[in-house]
Ligand binder design. Structure first.
Ligand code: ADP
Length: 514
């Protein structure tokens, strides 16, 4: 008997073939492949739901298949089901669609294939799963109670919405007037006609890549590499930058820590920290990586500019690949203006670098990678317009030198917390002087070091060291006094007069780092 296909494949790329296939011979399968989408229900499935096509069906075939009871049909499907499959039976595909959409959360597993069996006599949708051991489970997808009668005890139990139970041979489900005996094997061999009473939506490929990516992410989180900022700085080490820290907390740390809360949020992945040297931009980026338990990759724009010439595009790609492998990752680019500065006319190299960076940032956004690029500059105005226009570095965070006494005291305390201070030390007095001098955080760090040195000097420790008579107890009772700070701040002020270009702390750190 020649049987024309009962159900067509509903995917757009299949329906075009179907037009000419009214009397094509039996097809092996009516698998609908989802293509690239990883949506568990699949676009194809959802789109197709409203247009099942029964054209071309021969009445005899349909009437025969109509007569096959539902329990026989589902038993036949059970024998070919795998772990990750879901058999759903409902009056029509639109009922299945509605039930699936409403019940997604209750499935508790990744569904790779949906197998749909229409049953007009069934009042409400039912789902069947096969577990990894091959046992079958049933789930009631509707609000109407389904009754499950246990074969062995003869007892019945109600299955409420989203209840899931194992079923075995001889059990019986009652849905309204319809009784569905559970069979692990169909009485008749229906394997040849399975395609005519069921429809398979196969998303295994797309789902697999999502599962792989998720597993890789989980493993990465378990075995985090240790190239996190070496010094364990935290936000508590940064003074007077509450506003900036608040932005970074809300836009980077919380999304990394609580991704569930940001599912529907378009996140910023590019941040520009701008402000004078020594205000804590680098410190903040390092602390940020630590606070977010993220990996930290630090680059310097000036070095990149000289080292990467000619191969910068490949280098950027490698950098982002590494960041992706290590994610969550904070990429910190200091002296960003050196790589992303405005260029006049013929500097093709510069344009290319900026475009490459923007395109990599766009991939990060598209993939939802946990990569955040934090760029620092002292010269916001010097940045290429393409950077600011693109919106990829949408968040500009200003870092200023401290402007209030409270902030200055805070920074002073941070840099003296591990030193022994004279109990009468007049912190406010020094903080006030520093504020008037527009000292930055780096300057305060420098001054605190200097004051410590002066306390060594004052108590003759250096002299003892030079004479070789130094013993550890010489520093045990040492305290830093007002006089030591006065001297250190005095030095700072006079050095400041002669070094116009950079705050002194910056010079100090340049030296230290070189
Ligand atoms: P920037 O990157 O803005 O030039 P850095 O982060 O390199 O500044 O600052 C250098 C050092 O100065 C830091 O390691 C820290 O010791 C100190 N410092 C700078 N800003 C602050 C701040 N706001 N709070 C505490 N310390 C700071």
């Amino acid at each position: 008997m020649k049987i024309a296909p009962i159900l067509r494949n509903y995917c757009p790329n299949y329906t075009s073939n179907a037009k000419n296939s009214v009397s094509v011979p039996v097809r092996n399968t009516n698998v609908v492949n989802s293509g690239v989408k990883s949506n568990l229900m699949g676009d194809c499935f959802v789109k197709s739901a409203s247009k099942p096509s029964f054209t071309g069906i021969e009445k005899t075939a349909l009437s025969i298949i109509d007569k096959i009871p539902l329990d026989e049909k589902i038993a036949s499907i059970f024998s070919m089901m795998r772990f990750g499959d879901m058999l759903i039976t409902a009056p029509a595909i639109k009922d299945a669609e509605a039930a699936l959409k409403a019940g997604t959360k209750s499935f508790q597993q990744v569904i790779k294939r949906f197998i749909f069996v229409p049953e007009p006599k069934l009042q409400s949708p039912l789902a069947f799963f096969k577990d990894s051991m091959g046992s079958v489970e049933v789930m009631n997808l509707s609000k109407k109670t389904v009754v499950l009668k246990d074969n062995i005890s003869g007892k019945s139990a109600p299955l409420m919405q989203y209840d899931k139970y194992f079923v075995v041979d001889g059990d019986e489900l009652t849905v309204g007037d319809l009784k569905i005996p559970i069979k692990s094997m169909s009485t008749a061999n229906l394997s040849m006609s399975r395609n005519y009473f069921s429809q398979i939506f196969d998303f295994s490929e797309a789902v697999q890549s999502t599962i792989d990516a998720q597993n890789a992410k989980t493993i990465r989180r378990m075995f985090k590499p240790t190239n996190v900022a070496a010094k364990k700085t935290s936000f508590a080490d940064i003074g007077g930058q509450d506003k900036a820290l608040d932005v970074l907390k809300k836009e980077i740390i919380f999304p990394i820590k609580y991704p569930e809360a940001y599912k529907n949020t378009v996140l910023n992945h590019g941040f520009i920290l701008y402000g004078p040297p020594g205000t804590g931009k680098t410190l903040t980026a390092e602390a940020l990586a630590n606070e977010a338990s993220a990996n930290f990759i630090k680059l310097n724009g000036l070095e990149m500019e000289s080292k990467w010439v000619g191969e910068s595009e490949a280098n950027w790609r490698t950098l982002f690949d590494t960041a992706r492998e290590l994610q969550p990752t904070v990429i910190f680019i200091d002296e960003f203006d050196a790589v992303a500065k405005k260029r006049g006319g013929a500097d093709v190299y510069g344009d290319k670098v900026v475009n490459q960076l923007l395109s990599l940032m766009s991939d990060v956004e598209k993939n939802g990678d946990e990569i955040y690029v934090v760029a620092a500059t002292n010269k916001l105005d010097a940045l290429d317009d393409a950077i600011t226009r693109s919106g990829r570095f949408g968040r500009k965070v200003e870092m200023k030198a401290p402007e209030t006494l409270k902030d200055m005291v805070n920074i002073f305390n941070i840099h003296t917390k591990n030193r022994v201070l004279d109990e009468n030390l007049n912190v406010e007095k020094h903080a006030k002087k520093l504020l008037d001098a527009k000292a930055t955080g780096a300057d305060v760090a420098y001054i605190a070091n200097k004051a410590n040195e002066y306390s060594f000097d004052r108590s003759g420790v250096y002299q003892k060291m030079a004479e070789g008579t130094f013993i550890p107890s010489d520093v045990e009772k040492l305290v830093i006094t007002d006089a030591d700070f006065d001297r250190a701040i005095g030095d700072f002020m006079s050095e400041r007069k002669t070094t116009q270009r950079k705050p002194i702390g910056f010079i100090h750190y340049d030296k230290k780092n070189s």
